[in-house]
Design a protein around this ligand. Structure first.
Ligand code: ZN
Length: 94
């Protein structure tokens, strides 16, 4: 793979821990109210963590608790389920 000449902003996926261009990743954000959601626009305020837009990386981040660590909060199962749901339908609607 050729290295791109231009410098693109890169973030680490909390699932596979690979560094990828920011626009290829989805942002999971914890709002000031403590609500966790997927931010497809990159504009929500709050603390963010990044994931590849696939369910494997979300599952990995869940298993290793990397997402909880990155967001500095406990994430209940129902929130992961919501994220999986958003992930499954989100990329098609954007
Ligand atoms: Zn990943």
């Amino acid at each position: 793979m050729p290295t791109p000449a231009k410098k693109v902003p890169v973030r680490m996926c909390t699932g596979c821990r690979e560094h990828k261009p920011k626009k290829e990743l989805i942002r999971v954000v914890r709002s000031p109210e403590g609500e966790i959601s997927i931010d497809f626009t990159g504009k929500k305020s709050g603390r963010g963590a990044y994931l590849c837009a696939n369910e494997q990386c979300l599952a990995k981040a869940r298993k290793t608790k990397q997402l909880e660590r990155a967001l500095e909060t406990a994430i209940p199962d129902e929130v992961y389920e919501k994220l999986e749901h958003q992930l499954a339908q989100g990329s098609e609607s954007v």
